[in-house]
Design a protein around this ligand. Structure first.
Ligand code: PLP
Length: 328
């Protein structure tokens, strides 16, 4: 596939990094002797759970809203999201003084609903099983002249998410592997563009939940595959289909998609808690769980892992930690 068909370039990611300067945190890169001992590799965890709103989504949201015209900013923005994109849009819009409406599913984690409202967004609830969130958002956009900022299928969102890998390469230099989780593929495609540009030999793997391997299926059959809403604790990766814009980028720059079970996610959450003193949400554990599973031979390699977020209800967190078993 020619590069020209891709919606986002490495320059777009660099430009997004400039836009985000002073607005987004430059998140820490952590290492763990224990993780290195288990894998026989050098692991570098890029901790987006310490990003503003607790997930990388602030990057894409802020970059996308920043690129609107003055007139569009005045009318406002609307987003649909199962959680972190909602909070990210709410905070980014508040900082950029843009009115924001968020369409959220009725079963979104309570902490995420409360946080979104707390940032001052107007929240509209819909039923995930019965209603189409995109139609609701489109209706609101048409009625009130709002700009829709989708969670992944948008060039400025993809470029914004890619800045997390850009920062990782700037900080640690060459990497042999990069593991990135994927829902709709915004984070994965943005990071893959950055990797291809800064470290063309770095092997990039996407990771998704076993129960919802739509991106894996799509990559293997060469076109976007839709699946029913997957049953997994990785609520940030419950997407049914990879994005139109993210898929060509993933096809070009991502070697393969790996999958991880819910049990592995619980084990990884427990590892992060016990060994690294870090709260990571289930979706945020996907990339690390794949890298530490031993399914891909990373021994002796330098390995980047994007830890995508840390937003999880205290109650659920306790349950997941109890289910988790020690990694060794
Ligand atoms: C949204 C989200 C993802 C998935 O990101 P995509 O860009 O849709 O692939 C992964 N982890 C967390 C914590 C998220 O909030």
């Amino acid at each position: 596939m020619p590069l020209l068909t891709m919606a986002v370039s490495a320059d777009d990611v660099r430009e997004a990094a400039k836009t985000l300067q002073g607005a987004a945190h430059r998140t820490p890169v952590l290492t763990s002797t224990q993780a290195n001992a288990i894998t026989g590799a050098n692991l570098f965890f890029k901790c987006e759970n310490y990003q503003r709103v607790g997930a990388f989504k602030f990057r894409g949201a802020y970059n996308a809203i920043s690129h609107l015209t003055q007139e569009q900013k005045k009318r406002g923005v609307v987003a649909f999201s199962s959680g972190n994109h909602a909070q990210a849009m709410a905070l980014a819009a508040r900082e950029l003084e843009v009115p924001v409406t968020i369409v959220m599913p009725h079963d979104a984690p309570a902490a995420k609903l409360a946080a979104t409202r707390g940032y001052g967004a107007e929240v509209i609830i819909y039923n995930r099983q019965k209603e189409d969130r995109e139609a609701i958002a489109a209706d609101l956009a048409a009625k009130h002249g709002l700009s829709i900022i989708p969670p992944y299928n948008h060039p400025h969102v993809i470029a914004g998410q890619g800045t997390s890998a850009l920062e990782l390469f700037e900080e640690v230099g060459e990497l042999d592997f990069l593991f990135v989780c994927t829902g709709g593929g915004g984070l994965l495609s943005g990071c893959a563009i950055a990797a291809n540009h800064l470290a063309p030999d770095c092997r990039v793997f996407g990771v998704e939940p076993e129960a919802g391997n739509d991106v894996q299926q799509s990559l293997r059959c060469g076109e976007r595959v839709s699946i029913p809403v997957p049953d997994t604790i990785a609520d940030g990766a419950q997407t049914q289909c990879v994005g139109e814009l993210t898929f060509p980028i993933i096809r070009n720059f991502v070697e393969d998609i790996l999958t991880v079970s819910d049990q592995q996610l619980c084990n990884q959450m427990r590892f992060f808690m016990e060994r690294m003193k870090m709260v990571v949400e289930p979706t945020g554990c996907l990339a690390a769980a794949a890298a530490m599973s031993g399914n891909i031979d990373i021994r002796g390699a330098r390995v980047g892992i994007i830890v995508s977020g840390g937003n999880v209800d205290a109650e659920s967190y306790g349950d997941f930690i109890k289910r988790g078993q020690s990694l060794s």
